[in-house]
Design a protein. Sequence first.
Lengths: 223, 223
Amino acid sequence: MDPAVSDATVGRLPAYLRAAIDLGTQGVTSVSSDRLAEEAGAHPATLRRDLASLDITGTRGVGYDIKYLVSQISLVLGLNQQWPVVIVGAGNLGKALANYGGFAERGFPVAAMIDVSPELVGSTISGIPVVPTDELPRLVEEEDILVGIITTPADVAQEAADMLVEHGIRSILNFTTELLDVPPTVTCRSVDIATELQILSFYRQRGRAAQTGTGVPLGSEHG
Amino acid sequence: MDPAVSDATVGRLPAYLRAAIDLGTQGVTSVSSDRLAEEAGAHPATLRRDLASLDITGTRGVGYDIKYLVSQISLVLGLNQQWPVVIVGAGNLGKALANYGGFAERGFPVAAMIDVSPELVGSTISGIPVVPTDELPRLVEEEDILVGIITTPADVAQEAADMLVEHGIRSILNFTTELLDVPPTVTCRSVDIATELQILSFYRQRGRAAQTGTGVPLGSEHG
DNA sequence: CAGTGTGAATTTCTTCACAGCG
DNA sequence: CGCTGTGAAGAAATTCACACTG
């Protein structure tokens, strides 16, 4: 459709979606931009513009139909299908994510965890098998996995990323501190908890209170 | 100093800091904006402007002194002291964070975990005591805790936040899907993993490859 | 008449390009 | 001479404000 949807818009879509789902669950069938923006923590005009940029329309004088909203935003985000993921690194964080369970329910079932440790390989963590590195090609092939989550120690994160890329993974969510180098065909996002704490620290000190949200692009390409 | 440092700038500071520390560890003592920007994944001009806005200066013809950079950025971020944190919710994610260990080393030691479950209370997780809710006032008082990390189930996250706020916590890092309502005196950031995966999904589908970074403010106040 | 959709104004952020300093 | 610091240009994002429609 529209050739360009802005990064800022994309960053807000999950919040709109969640707000819409919430309202739907409460039995609401139609919502104004004022209300939905309030729920999602955005400005009403911004919300209207965002939706319009995706050709998601409302009804003048009425608002947006909740079911239509949910289905359209889901469609745009590609959530009308399951995207199995593989977690690389069965350490604490990897295990926590595997245990977390909330993934499958939101469309990202964990197909397997990859680890190098011989003690872990062969075991299962809340039903998810831990497999050795060389199983990756098979997984990608047979289970159509396009998303990898890296929870290894930072010093092997790049290595893990290279391996994922080599075997055809298209998206990487990186929980290490390491900034990853990936080819431009691969989408990569980093979530570093210490970074978040440092940012919080700044605002606390300065007394500025910014109710803020999750990751949004921080800049464009590397080069 | 300068009255206003932009949110975008603040979001990049942790990356600059990490890049500077990395280079320092490698024995580099001075760095140009080109080099540092490269390492941090930013544009050189943006980096220079960011640093200038914090009164962090370099030497013309030479570059920035690494030690000075590290100390000044740390100062701005408030990292010249330890900020003990409390983790609310000793479930999988809470445990993972507690086990993670990387916090203390980056200035955020975990003083305690809070949980309601009688089986957990009284135990320790990698040396960190799990205490009941009513210990919070004492912790805040005696250990000067200003930061809380919420890793509870989403449906009690707001409750947890209210409790933290009531007892004087000033910053909250929220790992649940729930958008928290907090008074303007409290700084709050949310990291929702499903959100990150959804965003990745969008970019993968659209074939756009955005090498992106961690959380940056998504909007200003709620009202 | 309530509330969308959008031109236009505004603000914010980024990048260019270069004067000027060490 | 190389690189910072910054005015000025440019791009992007946000917000206003209102015509218009169901």
